[in-house]
Write a protein that binds this ligand. Structure first.
Ligand SMILES: [Fe+2]
Length: 345
């Protein structure tokens, strides 16, 4: 079982620089960075064009097709009739693959470690000492006929009692994602009114959440945003584009209306200074057991196992370890947070 697996990759402990960083405010006011940060500050989201070079993005996309075929269940990327639950690993209606140790596949780590991806987060936080989430990947195949409906679930990924910019989420888009293709939809600029919104909605019944770091918008909440002129917008992106958004920006994903499959890998970073030593130790255990986390890079929640459930039973295709175990460069290994664990901790 996963609990018996321990795989370590050792490197010297890293000491943080004493210089304070000045992370972005994401307060909606005009800024003059001259790059994606101006969009991000104003709109609560931004697209970083070509964060991953197109040829590598295409290779990652092919890797995901090969990964899906590699389960040997009968899925063939060139045969539409094989887009069936029985011929694919377990994928939920929102496109997420959460089991099988996928969060630690080499190609997923390669994407997290792409220089253009890491640099974007370094710029926002003004900090190079970052940690990354062990988040899942998204494979929304077009023309699925045997999936439950992917209903809208507009939400924020942040505790409504904790205000201000706390976490920048991201995804690397790997296939074309136009206006009618599957992908991320956001409520432009609404990050700025998050505190006002939650003050106004204090007495509104809440949609149940499995973690305090999630808030679901009710019909009333959506009306509040609409009345103030906030509009929902599908974020369009090309292969290799990185989409980032403030966790306060209302968002969800939409299914494709075209024949275009959607592939995306979630990449969320935060300064290691925002994590406690306990967080980092929990994160280290998750890494060593090849377990996933939510988007929160401080490993607030760690998956209990890599077991995917198929029709209420463990999937016979389950595996504890990734198909291709990750080998990380020194830079990328730092993103696990492990080198920041103090010797006495
Ligand atoms: Fe989310």
């Amino acid at each position: 079982m996963a609990s018996t697996i321990t795989i370590t990759q050792t490197q010297p402990t890293v000491t943080l620089s004493a210089a304070p960083s000045k992370r972005m405010d994401l307060d909606g006011k005009p800024t003059s960075f001259g790059d994606f940060r101006d969009d991000l500050n104003r709109d609560g989201f931004a697209v970083i064009k070509g964060a991953v070079p197109q040829d590598r993005a295409k290779a990652y996309s092919n890797k995901i097709y090969s990964y899906l075929e590699g389960f040997g269940l009968g899925y063939d990327r060139y045969d539409e009739s094989t887009k069936l639950k029985s011929k694919l690993p377990v994928i939920n209606e929102k496109g997420m693959i959460m089991g099988y140790g996928i969060c630690h596949e080499q190609f997923v780590w390669d994407i997290r470690g792409e220089p253009g991806v890491v640099e974007a987060f370094e710029k926002v936080y003004d900090d190079k000492d970052l940690i990354v989430s062990f988040d899942v990947i998204n494979t929304q195949l077009a023309n699925r006929t045997d999936m439950p409906e992917n209903k809208p679930w507009p939400h924020q990924d942040q505790d409504p009692r904790k205000h201000g910019f706390r976490c920048l989420q991201g995804l690397v888009n790997l296939n074309p994602s136009g206006p009618n293709d599957g992908g991320l939809i956001v409520c432009r600029g609404a990050h700025v009114v998050s505190e006002e919104f939650h003050n106004a909605m204090a007495d509104e019944p809440r949609i149940p959440a499995w973690t305090p770091e999630w808030y679901g918008f009710t019909e009333n909440g959506l009306k509040w945003l609409e009345e103030r002129g906030y509009k929902w917008e599908k974020v369009c992106a090309e292969p290799g584009d990185l989409i980032v958004w403030d966790s306060r920006t209302p968002h969800y994903n939409v299914p494709t209306k075209t024949n275009q499959d959607r592939f995306a890998v979630y990449t969320c970073f935060m300064p290691v200074q925002d994590a406690t030593q306990e967080d980092l130790i929990r994160k280290k255990e998750a890494f060593e057991k090849r377990l996933g986390t939510t988007h929160w890079p401080n490993a607030k929640h760690v998956a209990g196992s890599n077991v995917a459930m198929r029709d209420g039973k463990p999937d016979p295709a389950n595996r504890d370890l990734p198909l291709e175990e990750p080998v990380l460069s020194e830079r990328v290994y730092k993103l696990t947070g492990i080198p920041y664990i103090k010797a006495e901790a």
